[in-house]
Design a protein around this ligand. Structure first.
Ligand SMILES: Cc1cc2nc3c(=O)[nH]c(=O)nc-3n(C[C@H](O)[C@H](O)[C@H](O)COP(=O)(O)OP(=O)(O)OC[C@H]3O[C@@H](n4cnc5c(N)ncnc54)[C@H](O)[C@@H]3O)c2cc1C
Length: 402
């Protein structure tokens, strides 16, 4: 595989750098930096989304004919890397990177025309209704029921851990449409409007003091049959396609490397009892160097998979490998950050947001203030999108053929 960029790619990289330099204002950079989670609040993401949409660089996972930017895989990688290095906010994943590609692939022309432009414009904000209290890793056991009555589905049941459901006006849900069929075959993929009496949302505040996730209840909620994606009973196939995008559709290495670079900078400034600044602490710097090497190796694997995708091969179960590695690297970076800040890294502010005028006063600097919220929030990396153990089982069975 050729790892060097072509002359055109280098020109594109300059264009991206100039664009980011021009458009990423202080508020956006600050909001992205001071969010201890991958889920940036809509007050920040909406602004950034509008800027990217105007430029036509928003929905990098969508085909060009559906509104994607038409990047080559290398351009996509360059774009993600430059955004990460510049500290751009993460975009709303659930619409742009999860349900959007599903509608592009499985939606009817009418569904595409109805939903895709509203995802791009930010008019619709989506959440994901997969997990239930008794169906997480064993997702196919889900019980939320959708019964067809005339031209509507009536939905009853509940979903849990629904990220940003309190901001969303639509939910894409896996529902059981045929209770008599075999587990996977009775499931359908349904879009349900949130703004109706039959849908209610209850907050779940996590160990990190963040309100990101919720429980969502359906009590005779209604949705039109026009909002079924694919056929009845095709939900499991669609769910798996979406999960592959969730696990490996985005490039993770650029943001991991950008994080490591930030930690290396902190080490130069953070005082150490050993020898001046933390970057003289040999044990810590060895750990950091090992992490950088592992992440650079991961980047090469990610680039290899990207080049396979460019040849038209599907993402497939190898995305589990990417999800597993990226999640564990991210947690290791968060841990070393805490270790570096020592006592100052142990603060856990109760109020949010941690940016803007309302932000609580930090002890020992903003970076130190973010270390613990980020570490705690980051425990979820090895759970959402399928836990580590689930990824390892997929790798064993479907990648290694064990
Ligand atoms: C912050 C956060 C955000 C989330 N956002 C969403 C969202 O927006 N929408 C959504 O639908 N879901 C969301 N989830 C849910 C997430 O997908 C589930 O938490 C995850 O799939 C695990 O399911 P569970 O919590 O029911 O745990 P369980 O399935 O009960 O697992 C508990 C433990 O048992 C292990 N385990 C289970 N089965 C096996 C097995 N067969 N072999 C080995 N080990 C096993 C698991 O690895 C885990 O360690 C979110 C979760 C978190 C933490």
């Amino acid at each position: 595989m050729d790892m060097s960029f072509s002359a055109e790619d280098l020109v594109f990289r300059e264009e991206v750098r100039a664009f980011l330099d021009d458009k990423l204002n202080i508020r956006l950079r600050e909001g992205a930096f001071a969010t201890p989670s991958v889920f940036v609040e809509p007050d920040i993401t909406r602004e950034w989304q509008a800027i990217l949409n105007e430029k036509g660089w928003l929905a990098t996972l969508w085909p060009e004919e559906d509104g994607g930017p038409g990047f080559t895989p290398t351009q996509k990688y360059i774009f993600e890397k430059e955004c990460a290095l510049a500290g751009a906010p993460a975009l709303p994943v659930l619409g742009l990177k999860l349900v959007g590609p599903v509608i592009c692939k499985f939606g009817t022309p009418e569904q595409k025309a109805r939903f895709l432009p509203r995802i791009l414009s930010g008019e619709d904000y989506w959440c994901q209704g997969y997990s239930e209290p008794g169906a997480g890793s064993d997702l196919a056991s889900l019980k939320t029921r959708a019964e067809r009555q005339g031209d509507k589905y009536i939905v009853n049941g509940s979903k849990i851990w629904t990220t940003h459901a309190h901001h969303a006006n639509w939910i894409f849900a896996l529902v059981r449409t045929n209770p008599d069929a075999k587990k996977q075959e009775g499931i359908s993929f349904l879009l349900v409007p949130m703004d109706q009496p039959g849908v209610s949302v209850t907050p779940i505040v996590t160990i990190a003091n963040d309100h990101e996730v919720n429980a969502t209840f359906f009590d005779n909620a209604e949705t039109s049959v026009e909002n079924l994606i694919g056929d009845e009973g095709q939900g499991w196939t669609i769910a798996k396609y979406l999960l592959e995008n969730e696990r490996g559709g985005s490039c993770a290495a650029p943001s991991l490397l950008a994080e490591i670079e930030r930690v290396e900078q902190y080490a130069k400034r953070q005082p150490s009892g050993v020898n001046g600044a933390m970057d003289h602490d040999v044990a810590l710097m060895q750990r950091l160097a090992r992490l950088r090497l592992e992440t650079e190796a991961f980047e090469v694997t990610e680039l290899r998979i990207l080049s396979e995708l460019a040849k038209g091969r599907p993402a497939g179960p190898q995305t589990s490998l990417m999800k597993l590695t990226a999640s564990n690297l991210r947690q290791a970076i968060n841990t070393i950050t805490i270790d570096m800040f020592g006592y100052d890294g142990l603060q856990l502010p109760t109020s949010r947001p941690l940016y803007g005028n309302e932000a609580p006063e930090p002890v020992g600097g903003r970076e130190a203030q973010l270390a613990m919220p980020t570490w705690l929030n980051g425990r979820a990396w090895t759970i959402f999108g399928g836990s580590d153990e689930v990824q390892k089982t997929i790798i064993a069975k479907q990648v290694l053929g064990l």
